[in-house]
Write a protein that binds this ligand. Structure first.
Ligand code: ZN
Length: 117
């Protein structure tokens, strides 16, 4: 599979449980844009390989640009919180492996939708 790597990030396919991940290829400052959301994400696009974290270092802003929430070092994995950035096309429901102190353990977008409605 050929991935669209850039000077900004690289997509890594590994054999562990997460399988695919997005890593910063350079440092990002808090507030810096990383990539725009693409609802029609294809396998080779960065959004497709960006993992969820309950303690994410990036988030989509109001115009759909993934933006660094804090400084991100080169080589650090880029993550966003799927529950905060739920899309109708992505009914997330999986066990979370992020290991953050505030981890929700199970990412269930449908249940999250109901509890916040
Ligand atoms: Zn988690």
């Amino acid at each position: 599979m050929s991935l669209n790597n850039t000077n900004d990030y690289r997509m890594v396919v590994s054999a562990d449980a997460k399988a695919r991940s997005l890593f910063a290829a350079r440092p990002y400052l808090a507030g810096e844009a990383i990539y725009p959301m693409d609802y029609w994400s294809e396998e080779t696009m960065p959004m497709h390989v960006t993992n969820h974290s309950c303690d994410a270092n990036a988030s989509f802003n109001e115009v759909g640009i993934l933006t660094a929430l804090r400084d991100i070092a080169a080589g650090e994995e880029i993550t966003f919180n799927y529950l905060q950035n739920a899309t109708p096309a992505s009914p997330w429901n999986f066990e979370c492996l992020c290991g953050a102190a505030n981890c929700v353990i199970w990412v269930d977008a449908a249940a999250n939708e109901k509890s916040s409605a």
